[in-house]
Design a protein around this ligand. Structure first.
Ligand code: 5RP
Length: 262
């Protein structure tokens, strides 16, 4: 392992490595987006190349699709797959019920479609994403470019009646221009600080014309794999109510510690 890998990156790597153990030959697997998911894609690529793992991967973004092909994973579209055995993805926050905020990387629309079309969703993360109540991380909502300023005003108005602590809404930027998603849309980030009623918020926001999808993943995640910088891994399974622990050493993994296209 390169010595310059930060504890956070080590944590993300071991979470990904542990989650890769849930993947079996013959599976159709949803591949998440972000720096943690990139580790997963690299781990699976190594298993394909060196252990003969046979999987079909459905990427949740162009970035992930490029990386998956690079590491040797057989990539198909969701329409080709129709239904998936398992999706493994990162998250920006998770609460004790394993409800999530996603979309920090701007891919939550495709991520939600893919996760919803899966028998199981496993989140891989470091411990910093654990919260008691969702909302410290700004909630992303994907909006179509047409009339986005009007959509923003209606979202702001809707927030007045919501159980939240902050109500600032900002357009996500990429340098001087609005950020554009894979679907050609923009992202509004809702700085809510605390979301008292995620179900109500998700429902209300998604009713607003121009809003395509919000980044709340409620009752979608089945298990969270939490990695730590010292190689420890914790798996929390929502259905079985179990917490299991493992420890990984980093020896022998040097070949997958190249730069990650993310
Ligand atoms: C992308 C996402 C990511 O999963 C989320 O932002 C976490 O990313 P990272 O693993 O880089 O912290 O939702 O839309």
């Amino acid at each position: 392992m390169p010595i310059d890998l930060s504890p956070i990156d080590k944590a993300k790597f071991v979470a990904a490595k542990r989650a890769a153990q849930f993947v079996e030959s013959g599976m159709k697997v949803g591949l998440g987006t972000g720096s943690t998911a990139a580790w997963l894609v690299k781990c699976l690529g190594e298993m394909v190349r060196e252990e003969g793992l046979r999987i079909k991967g459905v990427p949740t973004s162009t970035r992930t699709s490029i990386l998956a092909r690079e590491v040797g994973i057989d990539v198909i579209t969701l329409d080709e797959a129709k239904w998936l055995d398992l999706t493994i993805d990162g998250a920006d926050e998770f609460d004790p019920q394993l409800n999530l905020i996603k979309g920090g990387g701007g891919a939550h629309l495709q991520e939600k479609i893919v996760a919803t079309a899966s028998d199981q969703m496993i989140v891989i993360t470091d411990a910093s994403k654990s919260v008691e109540t969702l909302g410290a991380f700004p909630l992303p909502i994907e909006v179509i470019p047409f009339g986005w300023q009007t959509t923003k005003s209606i979202v702001e108005e809707a927030l007045i009646g919501m159980d939240v602590l902050g109500r600032d809404v900002t357009l996500r930027m990429n340098g001087d221009a609005p950020f554009v998603t894979d679907e050609g849309n923009h992202i509004l980030d809702l700085h809510l600080k605390r979301i008292g009623n995620p179900r109500q918020l998700s429902f209300v926001v998604n009713q607003i014309p121009g809003v395509v999808e919000n980044g709340l993943f409620l009752d979608v995640c089945d298990a969270v794999v939490i990695g730590y910088g010292d190689g420890r891994v914790e798996v929390r399974d929502i259905h079985e109510g179990t917490i299991t622990e493992d420890k990984f050493d980093f020896l022998g993994d040097d070949n997958i510690f190249g730069d990650i296209a993310d």
